[in-house]
Structures are given as structure tokens and as C-alpha cells.
Design a protein around this ligand. Structure first.
Ligand code: ZN
Length: 71
């Protein structure tokens, strides 16, 4: 049960409208879910880019210095 912000009456949790005053409820849960999904997606892309940038640079610089010190 939740409270209607318009009339303060008790409303079923999954109700889209208030049975007392007919007020329509917005669903912040859906918005929060979208933000979380977007953030997760961005995090995956950011990680992928970081690893793509990191690995070749560190590998090549390492092999270069190894070659120099070896020769
Ligand atoms: Zn109401």
C-alpha cells in the first residue's frame, strides 16, 4: 500500500491511478531503472575504450625498453 500524494488515501502499490480521487501516478522507478541501465552501458563502453587504449601502449613501450636494454 502507498499513499496518494493528491488526497492522502491508501492506494494499491501497482495502481496507476488513485481510486479515491482519480489522480494519475508517475513512476519514478522506471526512470531510475533507465538511468541505471544507461550508466551501466556507459561504464562498459568506458572500460572497453580504456582497455583498448591501455594495452597496446603499455605492451609496445615495454617491449621497446626490453629490446633496448637487451641490445
Ligand atoms: Zn487520491
Amino acid at each position: 500500500m502507498k499513499k496518494c500524494p493528491s488526497c492522502g488515501g491508501n492506494v494499491a502499490r501497482n495502481a496507476n491511478t488513485c481510486p479515491n480521487c482519480g489522480k494519475q501516478f508517475t513512476r519514478p522507478v522506471t526512470m531510475g531503472c533507465a538511468v541505471i541501465v544507461a550508466f551501466f552501458f556507459l561504464a562498459i563502453i568506458y572500460t572497453a575504450i580504456c582497455e583498448q587504449v591501455k594495452s597496446p601502449t603499455s605492451t609496445s613501450s615495454r617491449s621497446n625498453s626490453d629490446n633496448y636494454s637487451g641490445v
